[in-house]
Design a protein around this ligand. Structure first.
Ligand SMILES: [Zn+2]
Length: 1096
């Protein structure tokens, strides 16, 4: 579709295309696009205006002064001195081994160990800078061996979406996933041994370095040949191999330093470590070697020691060692640190290249010239100057853009700028819109484009004088000269057919076949619509919504309804020729709700009755969408179809589908076909919908396979949403469905939209992910775009970037508002550019990287075997980390795993992506569920992917009842669960309440209103409303979690040891999964091996 067709005089997106032959999608980090014709590079004069001037009125604090980008080099500001590069005598410190050994009471026999192989540095916060870079997570994982993680992992069900209708009974069977295909089943990768690196002892350190050797910790099974990894010099095997759950056994002569870790359990604030603390060990990074001095207890394995590690290692018999989960980077700790360090002050966007707080941190944003991170987040805020550097690092350069993001009430929506008939001011050459980075020259008569350097005349009506700094004196009176985000009212040139649009329409299209009637869906829906229609989106202070509505019901045929206000009763018109769909009425089909209220109410009352006795089980699908789209076309407006559909459309009609669900294809080369649509009909239809600005939201209520992969094609390509309620029953699912429906109908949507991302000369947008359609390589076409949807854009170099001028992004979204107003929303973001790889690595955002990588992988499964996709992800991650190791970390033992501070969670998060249902399905994950999740993730923002891949696990009974704040989360692992407590787990789609078997009776009574654990109903989805503190607190917390998410999360109560627990354990993502997904510890070791291979 081309919204701006008919060659409007000012083609909004009609800029000359850079010459490039398509974009490369071959693989991660592949070749950047071919070099475009070199445009003379001109300096754009940077973000100076944004932060060198007096703040606009109302600004409570001055922006930081300009100057070098924060933390761009090793000569970081004073506060960072302690975190310099390795080899410069810097120290790393961490919590003591004492602290580290405090484990949650867990069910596992070997719940803790004193070995702390991972060292990282606490982030030191700079007010406006990225976290310090030199802090590194290091771990020696060299010749260590993981004994197979063989403890019978309780079978977990991969089911996760939809009611737990059946559960895996595959107890003990571990599908060979292919991830570690070369390992004997049940064995962890032959890898990595954790090895702390020795460091200088603090003067008063009281704990001697006694824990210097690994000793096998329990009775061991035979070591498999494939488990023998390379040994470090000086290593040998000193004891029997170990076979223990999640344990890493190692040869004794390992140089180890106890207590040299820092990412342990939440402890004291990071920067406060002092050498006086017995457990903290200062460490000199440059001084360690693979083998350390005299090692007490060398070679004294303690096989069979079953209970070691539970005491805080006084300096006597050395306990056996293994890779301690507390010692590897913890998502919980990173999230907590960021909250503590960055949650209290607003994030002010005046400085170029600032890394924003994490998505998990609650913070306010003040726009001082760059778009809020709520609109745009980047994988890195410092981009390599050259494509060679970018290729070397393999860090994807991408932005996750949410153009219509909803803002908290404290933050103002973008101002709307009206330039009257002349429309928004743009660069003549590249068509970029006026923004704070445009440079006015010649006394204000001209401006130089910050994207392409073209010199443009300032139109007389826009002329303004410059002050002595060269800035326009009206800069702060104009949003487009001082803010990162704003809107322009579009002129008629930006409208289809050079005509201002009509207000959009909503069409409700209801399946009335047997299943829909029998489940109670139709009655429930019709009842709800009667009141919901009063809440259609409206603009500003408008009294009523401008949106018109229409109604269709269908099974094998379609029924249109005339609900014109002048009628006494609605009239039905049946169209049975579904092969050639047409709309039988124009007048009276789309109506104003208030005008036609009586007729509409009458219709909604009658529909359930009319079809109450239906025997019709067959449905059509494509003709329904076709009908809705034709109706909008006839009414000459954009709009949205709400489809409520129950079954595989097998009735004779275009888009008829057959059941092709074949789980035998999993792990074969044909697996990709499960994700592909089975017919091209829907793509063609989607294209027509996009041209009409017809967005499709699909609510599915399947009792069996409905081919989500095919049915979701149109919603996906039109910017719509898909909701799925498997085995829908009114009594169980109505709250979830109605909540989703209300939110979906009420949310603000932009219609008939086109998005374009412009960049400074040197990089350009080459790839796009999300729910939209593209008919060329630059314009993202969205029939609809709501405030929850993101578009992820990847950039590649086509020329050199300049360190001084940085790089600019401008996202322009042209759309029709819900009142029918044509607008342009502009978001600008300035990034830094670097010539040192270290600057790239210290300005990355792992959550955004994961968002991009997941979307890349989830698209990849359409074309490649899933195993190939997984391998690609692992390889890229290893390349990213190996490049850092090689170029940014100072020389150290090859056996050491060194992670950049900003990316220390990359392995754990990536592992979660790898073992997600799309890339590694468990036995109970249906083909439809995989397709459903695949398309959901495609539009997720960074906060959503973060919690989706690494769920939040909240202990409810640890803190005092009176404490009403949200309890601090714990890591998603079974060993963090204590059977005397209750936990909530959520991932944005699912919500579990796990009850330990030994929970106090009083707690059970307060929360469930029954007298004992055994009386709690497993699978309960509603907590009783009881008048006590605990009940109120937990219910309040659940409501709070639901309010944060874009979809309603249905609660499932899971009792410890109950069969439903398998479902729950699927979400304990740090553990090994039944589907073959590695535990975090194992994956970290595997990743380390990959990195070492790349480095050798
Ligand atoms: Zn330009």
């Amino acid at each position: 579709m081309n919204v701006n067709q008919s060659a409007p005089p000012v083609p909004p997106f009609g800029q000359p295309q850079p010459v490039y032959p398509g974009y490369h999608q071959s693989s991660y980090g592949g070749q950047p696009g071919s070099t475009a014709a070199p445009t003379p590079y001109g300096a754009y004069n940077g973000p100076v205006p944004g932060y060198q001037q007096t703040p606009p009125p109302g600004m409570s604090r001055a922006p930081p002064s300009s100057g070098a980008p924060p933390a761009s080099t090793a000569q970081a500001p004073g506060g960072q001195a302690a975190h310099g590069q390795f080899g410069q005598g810097d120290v790393q410190n961490g919590p003591s081994s004492t602290v580290q050994m405090q484990r949650l009471p867990g069910s596992q026999p070997f719940g803790s160990a004193p070995l702390v192989p991972v060292v990282s540095q606490p982030a030191v916060l700079q007010p406006y800078g990225p976290p310090p870079t030199s802090a590194q997570v290091t771990a020696q994982l060299a010749g260590m061996h993981i004994s197979g993680a063989v403890a019978p992992v309780p079978p977990t069900s991969g089911l996760g979406y939809g009611p737990p209708t059946s559960l895996a009974s595959a107890s003990g069977s571990f599908p060979n996933s292919g991830l570690y295909g070369s390992y004997p089943q049940g064995q962890a990768p032959p890898l990595g041994q954790a090895q702390g690196h020795p460091g200088a002892q603090p003067p008063q350190r009281s704990v001697p370095p006694q824990a210097s050797s690994f000793t096998p910790s329990a009775s061991g099974g035979p070591r498999m040949p494939s488990m023998t990894g390379p040994l470090l010099p000086g290593q040998s095997f000193g004891g029997p191999p170990v076979s223990q759950p999640n344990h890493i056994s190692s040869p004794p002569p390992q140089a180890l330093t106890p207590g040299t870790q820092m990412s342990g359990p939440p402890g004291p604030p990071p920067p406060m470590h002092s050498s006086q603390q017995p457990g903290y060990q200062l460490q000199q990074n440059g001084s360690f070697g693979p083998v350390r001095g005299p090692q007490p207890n060398y070679g004294s394995p303690y096989p069979g020691t079953a209970t070691f590690g539970s005491q805080p290692g006084p300096p006597q018999p050395l306990p056996p060692k293994r890779l301690d989960p507390d010692a590897i980077p913890s998502p919980i700790q990173v999230i907590e640190d960021d909250r503590n360090n960055r949650g209290s002050e607003p994030f002010i966007t005046g400085v170029r290249g600032q890394v924003p707080p994490l998505v998990t941190t609650n913070f306010l944003v003040k726009d001082q010239g760059n778009a809020s991170p709520r609109y745009i987040r980047c994988t890195s805020y410092n981009i390599p100057c050259t494509s060679d550097m970018a290729k070397q690092a393999q860090v994807p350069l991408a932005a996750v853009i949410k153009p219509l993001a909803r803002l908290p009430p404290e933050e103002a929506s973008p101002y709307v700028v009206d330039h009257g008939e002349s429309g928004p001011l743009r660069c003549n050459r590249c068509k970029a819109y006026m923004c704070p980075f445009m440079q006015f020259i010649e006394g204000g008569r001209r401006f130089q484009c910050c994207f392409c350097s073209c010199i443009n005349d300032v139109p007389p009506q826009y002329f303004q004088h410059l002050d002595h700094t060269g800035k326009r004196v009206d800069a702060y009176d104009r949003p487009e000269l001082s803010l990162g985000s704003y809107e322009f009212l579009a002129t008629v040139d930006y409208c289809k057919n050079n005509k201002f649009p009509s207000p959009p329409a909503f069409i409700f299209m209801i399946d009335v076949s047997y299943n829909a009637i029998r489940s109670g869906l139709v009655r429930l829906l019709c009842e709800e619509l009667k009141s919901l229609l009063d809440f259609l989106p409206r603009e500003g202070g408008a009294e009523e919504s401008a949106i018109r509505v229409g109604f269709v019901t269908y099974n094998k045929v379609l029924h249109f309804y005339n609900v014109k206000s002048s009628l006494a009763q609605p009239q039905m018109m049946v169209v049975s020729d579904v092969g050639d769909m047409f709309v039988p009425l124009l007048d009276g089909f789309l109506v104003n709700v208030n005008e036609s209220r009586a007729v509409i109410t009458s219709l909604l009352d009658q529909i359930p009755e009319m079809f109450a006795d239906t025997r019709e089980t067959e449905t059509v699908f494509a003709p329904v969408i076709q009908a809705g789209m034709e109706a909008l076309k006839a009414a000459e407006c954009a709009g949205k179809l709400f489809l409520f559909h129950t079954s595989l459309p097998i009735a004779e009609a275009p888009g008829k589908l057959k059941n092709r669900d074949d789980r035998k294809l999993i792990n074969t080369d044909k697996e990709k076909t499960l994700f592909q649509p089975q017919t091209g009909v829907y793509q063609t239809l989607a294209k027509e919908c996009v041209a009409q600005g017809c967005c499709v939201d699909l609510f599915l209520f399947p009792n069996q396979y409905v081919d989500v992969a095919t049915l979701s094609v149109v919603p996906q390509l039109t910017g719509g949403s898909v909701y799925k309620y498997a085995c829908f029953q009114v009594e169980n699912d109505q709250e979830r469905f109605l909540s989703d429906l209300r939110r979906d109908v009420q949310k603000v949507v932009g219609f008939d939209a086109v998005m374009r991302v412009r960049t400074s000369t040197g990089i350009r947008a080459v790839d796009f992910f999300g729910a939209f359609y593209m008919s060329n390589t630059t314009d993202v076409e969205l029939a609809g775009l709501d405030g929850d949807k993101t578009v992820t854009v990847e950039f590649k170099h086509d020329d050199r970037l300049n360190e001084e001028s940085g790089a600019l992004l401008q996202c322009a979204l042209l759309y029709t508002s819900c009142a029918g107003q044509r607008r342009l929303r502009i978001h600008n973001l300035a990034l830094n550019c670097c010539t040192q790889l270290a600057d790239l690595y210290r300005n990355c955002e792992t959550d955004t990287l994961i968002n991009y990588m997941a979307k890349f992988a989830y698209r990849g499964v359409l074309n490649s075997p899933v195993k190939t996709v997984r391998d690609t992800l692992i390889t890229q991650c290893a390349q990213i980390l190996a490049c850092y190791r090689k170029n940014c970390a100072s020389p150290s033992s090859a056996g050491q795993l060194i992670l950049p501070e900003c990316m220390k969670l990359l392995p754990v998060y990536l592992n979660c992506v790898l073992k997600s249902d799309v890339l590694q399905p468990g036995a109970e994950v249906t083909t439809d569920d995989r397709a459903y999740v695949r398309q959901l993730v495609t539009s997720m923002d960074v906060a959503e992917t973060n919690v989706f891949f690494y769920p939040r696990l909240l202990p409810l009974t640890k803190s005092p009842i009176e404490n009403t704040t949200e309890p601090p989360a714990v890591r998603a692992s079974e060993e963090r669960l204590s059977n005397g407590d209750i936990y909530l787990l959520e991932n944005g789609l699912n919500l579990f309440l796990w009850v330990g078997a030994s929970v106090q009776q009083g707690v059970v009574q307060s929360l469930f209103g029954v007298s004992s654990f055994s009386q709690i109903t497993s699978g309960l989805s509603v907590l009783p409303v009881l008048d006590n503190l605990l009940s109120k607190k937990v219910r309040g917390l659940i409501d709070g979690l639901r309010a944060q998410r874009s979809r309603y999360m249905k609660l499932i109560v899971v009792k410890q040891e109950d069969k439903l627990e398998m479902l729950f354990k699927h979400f304990l993502v740090e553990d090994k999964s039944l589907s073959g997904g590695a535990s975090y510890v194992d994956f970290l070791c595997h990743m380390h091996k990959e990195i070492r291979q790349l480095l050798s």
